[in-house]
Design a protein around this ligand. Structure first.
Ligand code: TTP
Ligand code: MN
Ligand code: MN
Ligand code: MN
Length: 372
């Protein structure tokens, strides 16, 4: 079929390529990722995106790159920028700019600040400009009432409306206090354990819910930064979905399983989906026994958009970005809250994950191959 033919390492969109978790050019990818991250932290989005695209393209390349000639054939490897550093890498095994960035103080400080949930590159830059160099400085900074109004952002600068989640600024202190816990990665079996516990609790207030553990876990990452669970119920309408999200987080809070609610959509948050078909709760979950705090994202969806939500929340971010762009090129609009025709805004319902790909005219790609 034409969809099958589109699946190629050199395809235009990341959602048309197989991107494994670890690729034959992994070391190169990781060195390029430092350049990408440095551009993000410098608020140079254009350059960051250019590197992100080159990295995604290399991740889908099935062989170890041997020559610059080979590298230049890859999509999004620009002659003046990416190819230059790749050439250096092929010669010496090292990108000198990557090395100097990693050795610099500013990068290290901005990386540390932006690793705090709620602090993105923009805020990190402001903090740096206000002479903060350590987390202690940041804590002091936020304690000063003159600075309390500093805006807090999410980590991502995406056009996706869902990414524009603002973490209420009162939580910055929570984030800082829990930083040590939250920076510990979560092994797969603990992700599964938390999901089991959460679904067990949900069964008590609403029997018969379905769920998928999404996020990096589903893409095969051995360790995750948080736990993302997409949930639906066959009979839930938009109202019930919002209600469930609220009720459930209340119950988890009362039981002490959720210690903090960072954002809850469907109330005052701007990030609830247009038709209200998705409700989200970004929480801090405390695993009984271990007492360790974990970030837990709960995404409640009506059945009609459950599979688009699963695809959306499985990521990766680049895979999602290109799903949207690819959809656009077919006069469709895709995001976690559904697929619509751009011409008449009619809704197309996907009844399975494979259906999502089929509707978009894409070959199915296994979650573990979506690590663009
Ligand atoms: P994340 O949980 O932020 O990232 P991840 O699961 O890929 O990796 P980790 O948690 O280990 O750092 O987001 C999961 C996916 O959900 C992401 O790939 C894209 C999507 N997503 C949205 O669609 N909207 C959002 O607001 C966020 C935060 C993520
Ligand atoms: Mn993120
Ligand atoms: Mn995640
Ligand atoms: Mn998440």
């Amino acid at each position: 079929t034409s969809a099958q033919a589109a699946l190629s390492p050199s395809a235009k969109y990341a959602c048309q390529r197989q991107s494994p978790l670890v690729c034959p050019n992994q070391d190169l990818v990781e060195q390029l990722a430092v350049l990408k991250r440095a551009r993000e932290l410098d608020l140079n989005w254009e350059s960051a995106l250019s590197y992100a695209r080159a990295i995604a393209s290399i991740k889908a390349y099935p062989r170890k790159i041997q020559s610059a000639k080979e590298a230049r054939k890859l999509a999004y490897v620009g002659d003046k920028t990416e190819l230059k550093v790749i050439r250096e890498y092929l010669k010496s095994g090292q990108i000198s700019e990557t090395k100097s960035i990693l050795e610099g103080e500013k990068y290290r400080v901005l990386m540390e600040f932006s690793s705090i949930y709620g602090i993105g590159p923009m805020t990190a830059q402001v903090l740096y400009a206000r002479r903060c160099r350590t987390l202690e400085d940041v804590k002091r900074f936020y304690k000063d009432p003159d600075n309390a109004a500093l805006e807090i952002e999410e980590d991502d600068d995406d056009e996706d409306e869902e990414k524009n989640v603002r973490v209420p600024e009162r939580w910055i202190e929570v984030s800082l206090a829990l930083k040590d816990d939250l920076s510990i990665k979560i092994p797969r079996r603990e992700v599964e354990q938390v999901a089991r516990m959460v679904m067990h609790e949900l069964e008590e207030i609403q029997p018969g819910c379905l769920h998928t553990i999404a996020g990096g876990y589903r893409r095969g990452k051995r360790e995750s930064n948080d736990i993302d669970i997409v949930i639906t119920h066959p009979a839930a309408d938009a109202n019930r979905v919002r209600e469930l999200c609220q009720e459930f987080t209340d119950v988890l809070s009362k039981k002490g399983l959720v210690t903090h609610l960072m954002t809850l959509t469907g109330q005052h948050s701007p990030s609830s989906s247009p038709a209200g078909v998705i409700a989200k709760a970004f929480t801090i979950f405390s695993l009984p026994g271990s007492g360790r705090s974990r970030r837990l994202d709960l995404i409640f969806a009506v059945p009609d958009v459950y599979w688009t939500a699963v695809v959306g929340w499985t990521g990766s971010t680049m895979f999602q970005r290109d799903l949207r762009l690819h959809a656009k090129s077919k006069d469709l609009k895709f995001d976690s809250s559904g697929i619509t025709r751009r011409t008449d805004e009619s809704v197309i319902i996907a009844h399975s994950e494979k259906d999502v790909f089929e509707i978009l005219g894409l070959p199915y790609i296994h979650p573990t191959m979506r690590n663009a």
